[in-house]
Design a binder for this molecule. Structure first.
Ligand code: F6R
Length: 610
């Protein structure tokens, strides 16, 4: 949700900023811009469209300087045109600012400034903030960082910002309240960014700004203070574990495909050292202090958004089956505004790849307010959700750059497998078989990736369809939802996921010879029921695509295509494997429809606004 990058050092800032924006583009790609200070003047280039278009414009212009800021935008206030793109400027053109987040009280501030004669070029809340900083700077006798701080103390909302001023040209000021910022410390150079990806090739030494902190960076160093009370905050730098290979596409045409392939090892990485196949138990260091409280919980809520919410639905089946604790799964955006029944016997599990999703963060606040124990399942180490929750488990799937979540989802499900084993009061043969089967998952993933012939064929024959239906029962109902979501977001084909048996209560009306219906039909207790649902679709001429690990003659008779899912030695592994086949199907359909797979329209990774 908007990518921010800043540089101060001895090198030309422009290529560093552009490179950083390319790396951050997964956070938003409606428009992009950079600004630098040279000869005590701000120069800038900004443009609606992607960073590649900005690069072309920069090639044709003379812009350079050794201090600069850059931004790639996901529009919140105002359409994604050039005027609304960042950086924004004050009325003198001497102060410039980039911002991720939303200033909620921008209209009242704008009204006050307008009465004082300020004029605004854009429709954005960000321009209001930079004009407010300017008003303070040029009238209150404060230096630049004090002016930024004074302005921030007047705003309500969420922000990660970086600002600079041509009157104090060797200084970057950055601040965080609700949107992450990382400071990179190199040799005589400093970086600021929304995450570590633009920094990693220059330095591994970083400091994560915490909520409510402002940093002033000059060539001689940096100083971090509290925005509200001006206290100096001393922080120790840490080393980033990220490598360049992890954030580049390598030989793959898209990050999404690379991440689908990485599942050969990521699911096992999630479980490494955490599972003991000898007795079927799981050990999770991040929750061990709280395990007694969790096991005696009266209820569990799982809260999340989008794909992470689908993982949560699978978690409900697993935890209820293995640990026998009632589990409710709620969209974080709903949970935060309801009055759920929460007390100190409640555990609230928040699932988030990014660890920054605004609704999920707010749901955690709500859970804490009512005394629940909060447990985070996050992929990004040190993210806001990881830090806010009382305890937690990292998924360790590695950075996920593709906007459509793939490997993070299967690793979230893997953590939920582990939690269900960990919360389970009785170990024994079932847990043992299950944990053994979990550890073999990588080989099954390899098999799926090696044999994609049927998936390719189905994609070839259906890529012109405008609708798809995905149907599954039990744990495979969330798999159907996730399959449909993947297809929608990257191919723009309308798709619905439904519990297979619910089809006859409405969606069956949609079925005709043009409707592909994907059935998830594992060899488990739901098999015969799903088979009947398939027959109902076949009888109405629907195109039946069946995913199964049990290719029986009965299934062959009623299916137009059968996508075979490897047989694992435990039935609960099937949903993970089926999800990977569905990721590939969505990917192949999107390729044939010539969609921009890593940058699907209107989307951004990490939704840090409501
Ligand atoms: C879909 C997708 C989104 C995210 C959702 C939550 O492919 O990526 O639906 O799952 O925005 O994001 P996190 O998990 O970062 O909280």
């Amino acid at each position: 949700m908007c990518g921010i990058v800043g540089y101060l050092g001895n090198k030309d800032a422009v290529p560093i900023l552009l490179n950083g924006l390319h790396r951050l583009e997964y956070r938003g790609y409606d428009s992009a811009g950079i600004a630098v200070i040279a000869n005590n003047q701000i120069q800038y280039v900004k443009n609606a469209g992607k960073v590649s278009e900005l690069s072309k414009l920069i090639d044709d212009s003379v812009i350079n300087g050794s201090i600069g800021i850059g931004h790639t935008r996901w529009a919140t206030h105002g359409e994604p045109n050039t005027i609304n793109s960042h950086p924004h400027f004050d009325r003198t053109g001497n102060i410039s600012l980039i911002h991720n987040g939303i200033i909620e009280n921008y209209s009242s501030i704008k009204e006050v400034l307008s009465k004082k004669g300020f004029e605004f070029q854009s429709e954005t809340d960000t321009e209001v903030l930079v004009q407010l900083i300017s008003e303070i700077y040029y009238s209150d006798g404060l230096n630049f960082e004090q002016s930024v701080q004074a302005a921030l103390n007047q705003v309500v909302g969420a922000y990660g910002i970086v600002a600079f001023c041509a009157d104090e040209p060797n200084k970057l000021v950055a601040a965080r309240h609700g949107s992450p910022l990382v400071i990179g410390i190199g040799d005589d150079e400093y970086f600021v960014a929304s995450d570590a990806s633009p920094i990693v090739e220059y330095t591994r030494n970083v400091i994560y700004l915490d909520e409510g902190e402002i940093v002033t960076i000059t060539k001689s160093g940096y100083e971090i203070r509290s925005i509200s009370d001006d206290r100096v905050i001393n922080k120790i730098s840490t080393e980033i574990e990220l490598s360049i290979d992890q954030i580049e596409k390598g030989e793959f045409p898209h990050h999404m495909l690379k991440e689908i392939h990485e599942q050969v090892h990521t699911i096992t990485d999630t479980m490494r050292g955490r599972i003991d196949p000898s007795d079927g138990s799981a050990h999770l260091g991040g929750i061990s202090d709280q395990i007694d409280r969790i096991k005696s919980a009266h209820r569990i809520y799982i809260t999340a958004c989008g794909t992470s919410w689908h993982a949560g639905l699978i978690g409900k089946y697993l935890i209820e089956e293995y640990a026998r604790i009632p589990v409710h799964v709620e969209y974080a955006s709903e949970f935060r505004y309801r009055s759920p029944i929460i007390d100190n016997k409640t555990v609230v599990i928040a699932i988030s790849q990014s660890g920054e999703t605004a609704d999920t963060l707010a749901a955690i606040d709500k859970a804490k307010e009512f005394g629940a124990l909060t447990l985070g399942i996050c992929n990004v180490v040190g993210s806001s959700i990881a830090r806010k929750t009382d305890c937690g488990v990292y998924t360790h799937a590695g950075p996920e750059i593709g906007v459509a979540s793939t490997k993070a989802f299967t690793s979230q499900v893997a953590v939920l497998f582990l939690l269900s084993l960990c919360f389970s009061r009785d170990k024994g043969p079932t847990g043992k078989n299950f944990s053994e089967a979990l550890l073999n998952i990588g080989d099954h993933v390899k098999e799926i990736l090696k044999n994609t012939k049927t998936i390719d064929k189905v994609a070839d024959l259906t890529f012109k369809s405008e609708n798809f239906l995905y149907l599954g029962r039990g744990m495979n109902f969330p798999v159907a939802l996730e399959g449909a979501l993947k297809l929608k977001e990257i191919s723009y084909i309308h798709a619905e996921g439904y519990p297979a048996a619910e089809m006859k209560h409405g969606p069956i009306a949609l079925i005709d010879e043009n409707m592909p219906v994907v059935f998830i039909a594992p060899n488990d207790e739901t098999y015969s029921k799903v088979l009947s649902n398939i027959q109902q679709v076949k009888a109405r001429d629907g195109i039946v695509i069946t995913l199964t690990d049990n290719k029986t003659n009965e299934l062959k008779k009623v299916s137009d295509y059968i996508i075979e899912v490897p047989k694992a030695n435990h039935p609960r592994i099937f949903p993970i494997l089926a999800s990977i086949s569905l990721q590939l199907l969505a990917y192949k359909l999107a390729v044939l429809r010539e969609c921009d797979i890593d940058h699907p329209r209107n989307l951004a990774k990490s939704v840090t606004v409501e």
